[in-house]
Design a protein around this ligand. Structure first.
Ligand SMILES: *Cc1c(COP(=O)(O)O)cnc(C)c1O
Length: 389
């Protein structure tokens, strides 16, 4: 009884639930007799992105990690070519380029946001630099105008890691449409999900043909099915990057409900932001800053604590009330795998987000009553009365 009650009152950090026809579409896919990759639902998902956001070409993959691997093959890197990315990101931003033999050059975050500091890029560029990988942290755009102008000045490729950034914009343009390529994630923790899934967006048409070949294990099977060649075979390197049509069926139902999902997530985000503002004004916490060129997409809500100790106590305080809040990335340049390889300068902003950033629960089925309970609990932690809303 007690444990049941406790479970009922628990607010997990994330919780995934169907919002529309997920189960019906999976059933339809199964009954159609075709559930391998590049099937009916895969095509529907790709068309959705191409028509809603104007992406030139998209390929559904089994994860964003996979999409980044596909992108890194397309970058055609030679050993020791350099790829610049923020240190404050997930391992999947770095691994695909390391697997191609490239050298990773970590950039610091901005002072006011975990995003890559575009002003630091020129000092990191050498004659070996080939690619910049901006990560739109929390779905908030990096300074793409600066990044794209530096990339064009030095003739570099830009691959946007847009894993967090579905349905978000830079100067009115959808994130994912700005770099030569971009990748999205449909992992359970993201706004739109199918458990595990991803998307490669190709904006530079010169990559399209090769992308389809690498996607289909190094064969020209896609061209064969489009009637462009009369037989298909092994024409290049590749791997199995396709997602099953069962996953695509789930994903398509989520995409059909994207407005509903986004509206709910943004409502929660705005409630957190507005009701915690007095704590920011009293200098207890820092809140996320959205630059004029960017939008928020309700992907994740974070606050910045004074120091690690305070963050640890706040996490414990909330946990005691059944609320699961959590920190985020550990700077990659300080990770057990990379620390001894790192030869660059200290990245103090990245370390600051590693130490002080705290994410609050945010998911579709979270009720505003629960959100209010989280906010009240944070006020209680600081011993301040919540008079916000
Ligand atoms: C989630 C995430 C990924 C990886 O996505 P998967 O679909 O789980 O492979 C890559 N980069 C960032 C920034 C992410 O948050």
């Amino acid at each position: 009884m007690d444990t049941l009650k406790k479970q009922k009152n628990t607010i997990p950090f994330n919780y995934s639930s169907p919002v529309g026809n997920e189960l019906q579409y999976i059933e339809q896919a199964v009954k159609s007799g075709h559930i391998s990759g590049n099937g009916v639902y895969t095509q529907k998902c790709q068309q959705f992105f191409e028509s809603k956001y104007g992406f030139t070409k998209t390929l559904l993959t089994s994860s964003c990690t996979d999409a980044l691997e596909l992108a890194s093959i397309l970058c055609n890197l030679k050993a020791d070519d350099e790829v610049i990315m923020p240190s404050y990101t997930f391992v999947s931003t770095a691994n695909p380029f390391l697997l191609r033999g490239a050298k990773i050059v970590f950039a610091d975050s901005e002072k006011n946001s975990p995003n890559i500091n575009a002003d630091s890029l020129e000092s990191l560029i050498t004659n070996k630099t080939r690619v910049i990988v901006p990560v739109h942290y929390a779905g908030v755009a990096c300074d793409m105008k600066k990044i794209l102008s530096i990339a064009s000045k030095y003739d570099l490729l830009v691959v946007e890691d847009a894993a967090h950034a579905i349905d978000s914009f830079f100067d009115g343009k959808p994130l994912g449409s700005l770099g030569h390529m971009a990748t999205f994630s449909f992992h359970e923790s993201k706004n739109i999900t199918c458990g595990e899934g991803g998307l490669l967006v190709i904006n530079d048409k010169s990559f399209t043909n090769r992308a389809e070949i690498i996607w289909e294990k190094g064969t020209n099977r896609s061209a064969f099915f489009k009637g462009e060649v009369d037989k298909y075979g092994w024409v290049d390197v590749g791997s199995s990057f396709l997602s099953s049509d069962i996953s695509a069926a789930f994903l398509y139902a989520q995409l059909e409900n994207i407005e509903l999902i986004q509206e709910k997530r943004k409502t929660i985000w705005r409630y957190y932001h507005a009701s915690l503002k007095p704590l920011f004004e009293k200098n207890k916490i820092q809140l996320q800053v959205i630059p004029a060129y960017a939008t928020e997409n309700g992907h994740l809500f974070y606050l910045i604590c004074k120091d690690t100790m305070e963050r640890t106590s706040l996490i414990a305080f909330l946990k005691n009330r059944g609320i699961h809040a959590t920190f985020h990335y550990l700077s990659l340049h300080k990770s057990p795998y990379y620390q001894s390889k790192y030869k660059g300068p200290p990245l103090l902003n990245s370390d600051h987000y590693t130490d002080c950033l705290l994410r609050l629960p945010l998911y579709f089925s979270l009720t505003l009553e629960q959100v209010k309970f989280v906010v009240d609990s944070i006020y209680d932690f600081f011993g301040i009365k919540n008079e916000s809303l």
